[in-house]
Design a protein around this ligand. Sequence first.
Ligand SMILES: [Zn+2]
Length: 317
Amino acid sequence: MLKKYFVGIVAISVFTTLFSCHNIIGSTKDDLQDSVLIENEEEELVAKKDTVKLMDILDSLNRGKITFPALDSINKIDPKVAKRRFRDSIYNELNKKEKHIYLTFDDGPLIGSRAIDSIATFKHAKVNAFVVGRHANMSKRLKNDLQRYKDNPLVEVYNHSYTHAANRFHAFYSNPDMAYADFAKCETDLGLTHKIVRMPGRNIWLFDDTRRIDLASGGQTADLLGINGFKIYGWDVEWKINGLSGNPVQSVNEIYTRIKNMLGNKSTLKPNNVVLLMHDDMFQNVKGQHLLTSLIDSLKQHKDYKFEFMSNYPVKY
Ligand SMILES: [Zn+2]
């Protein structure tokens, strides 16, 4: 119990330091130290003062690991109100920090990859390409397009499997060893240097202490990749465009607004970090390419938005 109490105190001490003079929930710092407990001993991680991050505290709060005492004659603040104020205070602090946007493109190299590579350079925006081994070996042109990605310092290339599961995802993931071998083949065939994967047909996240599985059938393959040192990243938002017509399912403004709102209301997997999924074949004509340029321009209006590589995900505060 003492240990648990200590954790709470340290977390809140660090937090109150961040807030300097003003207090968080209308109490004094000492009141806060007395009133907030972290119930789970796993939260000892939080106790290392120099590694405490606002986002980790928010995560603990959201998972119900920080509790507020019941309303009684001593504690005048309703615990629900206290919790809300505490969360709002963290949000306010996070809102002052930089926001990190990960533009990710799946299924390349395909027609469209060359345009993405050029737009990254022209707009000086970092982009992330999750490539399919088989596509790179389909033609000399596509092999060259992969090489362009690799040679561009604004592009990082990651693993999206060799066969893309032949688009039969359930069957593919029903044999985790074969599925794992497919990712390994992509890595060696294409000479990929980052151990970063996006799983075809699945929005799965597996890195550090995060494990989010959208469909159970991908779970074992994800764990096998994790055991072998891969990090797996899904996405927060998907943008769809009809690659042939160049007509977007969601307009630039819809996607831009969605990203802005998700950053504002902290509904991404990790606050202040938003991962946008697109596909290389969306940008095979000028119409589609113009939309991508427009989106980047819209996002660039915000001086606190930064384009990032997935290898830096998540940037924490
Ligand atoms: Zn894909």
